[in-house]
Design a protein around this ligand. Structure first.
Ligand SMILES: [Fe+2]
Ligand SMILES: [Fe+2]
Length: 302
């Protein structure tokens, strides 16, 4: 047969097809807009919300654009099939955030009499955020020049382990905590309304990210456990990027409290490194990776 049904990549692809969802169909955005208008945050708090959403929307756009070099160097058909599903999903994530900006953010700004802005406005992106995504783009593009196990490990460490795993999963945990009953109450003292539209979309995205992170973990773990790449490469790459992750949350202090998010992200990073470096550890099964369970922090891809 052409395909290896027992490979993890083929199993991930099957899971992606089975769990398909439509970003144009996510419900609740109209209600989110009404609740946000009723809540009527002052302009500073509204700007902070816009900043968080702009960063995550731009992050999804960046990863959509930056994944292709990996698709060009992977040789295995099972891996390529999984990667094609990942690029498609990143496009859907980008679409959801764009839709949220149009239908909720700008509509709320208009109603409250605040400036209507673009999600690409440079005011929303701080230096740490820009550095993190510039380094990730460079690590991915480097594969076109140097397709070595070490370069691939560095690419996965930037893209799958830091941006998707630590940054995105932490951010989505923060959104879910602030705008729903689940997660932690520590990220804000404000009584933000439950934004079901936002949380519905983010839940789908987080679940997809569980698979993406799992793929990167499997690959990096393979290189480290086979001895092809020294675990120091993983440690050093992740340590270099972590200040940028913390810096991406660190200036959100208007209505949010970034400390629990920074702690959550460090905790995630530690567990990722354990799974990669401990010969006895295992990447969880794909059905576990896509599950969301904030109450015990077994959020996607633990
Ligand atoms: Fe994504
Ligand atoms: Fe992703």
């Amino acid at each position: 047969m052409r395909l290896d049904q027992d490979s993890f990549a083929q199993g991930y692809f099957k899971n992606a097809v089975y769990r398909h969802w439509d970003p144009y169909d996510i419900e609740g955005l109209e209600a989110d807009k009404e609740k946000m208008i009723d809540f009527a945050p002052d302009e500073e708090k509204f700007d902070e919300l816009r900043t968080a959403i702009a960063r995550f929307g731009a992050g999804e756009e960046a990863v959509t654009e930056d994944l292709m070099p990996l698709g060009l160097v992977l040789e295995d058909i099972n891996d390529q099939m999984f990667l094609s599903s990942q690029i498609y999903e990143e496009g859907k994530h980008t679409q959801f955030f764009d839709r949220y900006w149009r239908e909720v953010i700008n509509a709320t700004a208009e109603e409250l009499g605040y400036e209507v802005t673009q999600p690409t406005d440079q005011r929303y992106f701080n230096d740490h955020y820009i550095a993190l995504f510039d380094k990730t783009e460079a690590a991915m593009e480097n594969l076109l020049e140097d397709d070595s196990p070490r370069a691939r490990t560095e690419a996965y460490c930037h893209y799958h382990l830091t941006v998707e795993s630590v940054l995105a999963q932490t951010g989505y945990y923060g959104f879910t905590s602030a705008f729903s009953e689940s997660g932690t109450d520590d990220v804000t003292d404000e009584d933000y309304p439950n934004a079901e539209g936002l949380v519905n979309g983010i839940s789908k995205i987080r679940s997809d990210e569980g698979r993406h992170v799992g793929f990167g973990m499997q690959k990096v773990r393979g290189y480290v456990q086979s001895g092809e790449v020294d675990e120091d490469v993983v440690q050093e790459t992740l340590q270099d990027l972590m200040p940028h992750v913390a810096g991406t949350f660190g200036d959100l202090t208007e209505g949010l409290n970034p400390m629990p998010l920074i702690e959550y992200s460090r905790d995630k990073l530690t567990r990722r490194i354990e799974i990669i470096t401990d010969a006895e550890a295992e990447v969880p099964d794909v059905d576990e990776l896509v599950k969301l369970n904030d109450s015990d922090e077994a959020a996607a891809a633990d």
